[in-house]
Design a protein. Structure first.
Length: 337
């Protein structure tokens, strides 16, 4: 089969995408497919030599990302490089890759691709809309509010502090990999305003959410089946970009050591969340298990990571699916649509 692996892109997860994309590229080669690596940020000249690409383990600067134009995505997908492609493995994370925009271009070109379609991608990337859907669907999620980073309403900040308490999380409503995230353990209005301002360069809105002390868990959903829950235990601090993508910084326990009733509840909640948001073929659902054993659903990842430290392949492996087989399985699922 002729397969194109899309990676890179224009978000702060560009380098992570290259790392996972290279792993997928090599896995599909080992499976006997014809594979090309494509970065849509490069426009018509989008085919890259991923084997020899130097990948930095850091968030790309705004200056680096500003070298590319969004128009390049259109030029890339419209190019002749896709004339002989049977299926796309889309691993472009974050904004402009995971939020429905790239999916729309692939749909208009008539190309088959892995993962969720436009609606589910856009919905899941919008953490505010996701939490509204979860609340309406009886999935427990942490109390929250939304703040306009370009027009900060101080009265609203005070109301949020009154409603959510002093332990709060502030993050962009439409980004991944903990980009722009701040955790305040003893918040005041000034700290909250500073955290919202930190979000402003990368997102129009900041999600302000009650901090749930406890354990960090995630569940992989693959082809309508749930896989063993993973517990995430950073050695210090929280599960930020550094702890996510630096080997040795975080301990992973899979399957997580949970009481049977709590494990079943979380797995059922993950499956229900995937159904509510309309995710297709695969996704990863993140939770916090509070100190009194109440699971709170945090968010939905429609294009989870595929690096050697990534959680989705880890859960799949614990469920009996090795990495190469997982990559080919996702291609086969995409071809069925």
């Amino acid at each position: 089969m002729n397969i194109a692996v899309l990676m890179g892109g224009l978000s702060g997860e560009r380098n992570v995408s290259f790392t996972g994309g290279r792993a997928i590229y090599n896995a599909l080669l080992r499976k006997g497919h014809n594979v090309k690596a494509i970065d849509p940020a490069l426009g018509k000249d989008c085919v890259i030599d991923i084997e020899n690409l130097e990948i930095k383990n850091e968030i790309p600067s705004e200056e680096e990302l500003s070298k590319f134009q969004l128009r390049n995505y259109i030029d890339c997908i419209n190019s002749d490089h896709f004339n002989d492609v049977d299926c796309i493995f889309n691993l472009v994370h974050g904004k402009w890759g995971e939020d429905g925009h790239l999916q729309a271009l692939l749909d208009m070109r008539g190309l088959k691709y892995t993962g969720s379609e436009i609606r589910a991608s856009a919905l899941s990337m919008d953490k505010n809309q996701t939490k509204m859907i979860l609340s309406a669907g009886d999935v427990v999620t942490a109390p929250w509010g939304l703040v306009d980073t370009q027009n900060i309403d101080e009265d609203k900040l005070n109301r949020l502090l009154g409603a959510l308490g002093k332990k709060i999380v502030i993050k962009p409503y439409d980004q991944g990999s903990a980009l722009g995230l701040t955790i305040l353990k003893n918040a005041n209005k000034y700290d909250l305003e500073e955290a919202v301002q930190k979000v402003a360069p990368i997102s129009r809105y900041a999600l302000v959410e009650e901090y749930i002390a406890g354990r960090e868990l995630t569940v992989a959903v693959l082809n309508n089946e749930v896989y063993p829950t993973v517990e995430i235990k950073p050695k210090e601090g929280f599960y930020d970009y550094k702890n996510k993508y630096t080997k040795g910084q975080t301990e992973y326990i899979c399957p997580a050591d949970l009481d049977a009733d709590i494990s079943d509840y979380i797995q059922n909640a993950a499956k229900h969340t995937a159904d509510l948001t309309g995710c297709r073929d695969f996704c990863r659902i993140d939770f916090r298990l509070s100190e009194d054993n109440v699971p709170f659903c945090l968010e939905v990842n429609t294009i989870p990571g595929f690096t050697e430290l990534s959680l989705f392949p880890m859960a799949a492996r614990a469920g009996g699916i090795e990495f190469d087989d997982l990559c080919e399985m996702l291609i086969n699922l995409a071809m069925d649509h």
